[in-house]
Design a protein around this ligand. Structure first.
Ligand SMILES: [Zn+2]
Length: 409
């Protein structure tokens, strides 16, 4: 397939900058990136020559991109395919229903241009199974990197609606066992709770909830098994612990201090994964039992605007994530892009890099994902406008989405 007349931005296409280029896809991969569009004669000649090396190829499908911008597929490195909105404990009575609901929710991300998701916790580890169903080609859906259940020291009451997302463990030995269990159940990495949560009524985000010993135990086992730990941490105490004990990604990082930013800069393999849109709220859509969130999140957003801006200005590596689920306003309105630009002063190119190249590094797939480059997997989006000049282009769904070379939107 040839994507002809596409605009390419050098930061995302191995240095190729052009208003009228072309990209050829074959067997799910990007095989060639052209700085100039191919004329019709060229493209059929090229198709013929490739047909000669392949055994069965008729004429090549050509899509005219009409000068729109072609970017790598987007990645969300902190989402929950079945999150607070879609989940209820009732679903546990029918794991098959939970699976169907989760798979359908995960598929919907494609429509927004998200071709890779890192799921940060699901009940019954359902994201592991959705991942496997997509990877096996049983259904079409984004690439999923799943943490299974969230390992956490005892923290919230059993009545809490998302209690079942967690694997509870206290003390270093129990944490090791819980981490081993997640890996045995095919988690790709380990998600752990290091501070209180914003979304639980009794959660105190500034408070650490894990000891140094417990956190080190998790990192030790994950490291031994060739993977890493991603830790939920809002407060600076918990974030600092994560930096010191070898956690790879700190999720949210709301109240990070200048001292912790300094310490984090010394680590090569360290990333912040802020989830700003999780602090967005629409009071009209907030159910009564969640009204406690309104002030809590408003306050967190205000403070994090200052803290995270410092981390960005200092040059810490920052990933792109939402902690939200498709179907919520956050996705519908591109709130994460909006907040990063308007509240946190991040440049358009940096925001787009976070959602592609940096996230590919975070999920350890930067050798095959996150760029429009020869040899890379053909996960691509075509957007109507110039998002490097006007980030609001990203507030809407892309025109076209390709997953491993197949058009899915
Ligand atoms: Zn989360």
């Amino acid at each position: 397939m040839l994507l002809n007349h596409c605009r390419l931005i050098k930061e995302f296409s191995g240095g190729v900058e052009t208003a009228d280029g072309a990209v050829r896809l074959e067997d799910g991969k990007i095989v060639e990136v052209f700085a100039e569009a191919l004329s019709e004669a060229d493209s059929s000649a090229m198709a013929d020559s490739s047909a000669a090396s392949e055994t069965v190829t008729g004429s090549e499908a050509v899509i005219d991109c009409q000068g729109k911008t072609l970017l790598p597929g987007l990645m969300d490195t902190h989402t929950h395919i079945i999150g607070i909105t879609g989940y209820s404990s009732e679903l546990l009575k029918s794991p098959m229903k939970l699976f169907m609901k989760s798979a359908a929710a995960a598929q919907a991300y494609l429509d927004y241009g998200f071709t890779t998701l890192r799921d940060c916790g699901t009940p019954l580890r359902v994201a592991n199974f959705v991942r496997d169903a997509f990877a096996a080609g049983l259904m079409v859906g984004p690439r999923i990197i799943s943490g299974g259940c969230i390992v956490s020291p005892t923290e919230i009451e059993e009545m809490d609606s998302i209690y079942e997302m967690y694997s509870w463990a206290d003390g270093a030995d129990a944490i090791k066992r819980a981490v081993r269990k997640e890996l045995a159940e095919h988690a790709d990495y380990i998600k752990i709770m290091a501070s209180g949560s914003a979304f639980h009524k009794q959660g105190i985000p500034v408070q650490p909830i894990i000891t140094a010993e417990e956190l080190s135990a998790a990192v030790e086992i994950a490291d031994m098994k060739g993977t890493y730990v991603a830790a939920h941490a809002h407060g600076d105490g918990a974030i600092r612990l994560c930096v010191d004990k070898g956690v790879r990604t700190v999720e949210h990082a709301t109240f990070i201090s200048e001292e912790t930013i300094e310490a984090a800069l010394a680590r090569e393999d360290f990333y912040l994964v802020p989830t700003l849109s999780a602090m967005y709220q629409n009071p009209e859509k907030t159910p009564l039992e969640m009204m406690f969130l309104v002030d809590k999140l408003k306050n967190m957003l205000q403070i994090s605007t200052k803290c995270l801006r410092k981390a960005y200005d200092a040059g810490l590596k920052i990933g792109f994530a939402t902690d939200s689920t498709v179907g919520m306003d956050q996705y519908e309105q591109g709130i994460e892009f909006q907040y990063r630009s308007e509240l946190f002063g991040m440049s358009n190119i940096d925001i787009l890099l976070q959602a592609t190249k940096v996230n590919a590094e975070i999920v350890e797939m930067s050798d095959c994902l996150g760029e429009v480059k020869q040899g890379y997997i053909a996960d691509l989006i075509l957007v109507d406008g110039k998002p490097d000049q006007d980030i609001s282009v990203m507030y809407h769904k892309p025109d076209m989405v390709f997953l491993a070379g197949e058009r899915v939107r």
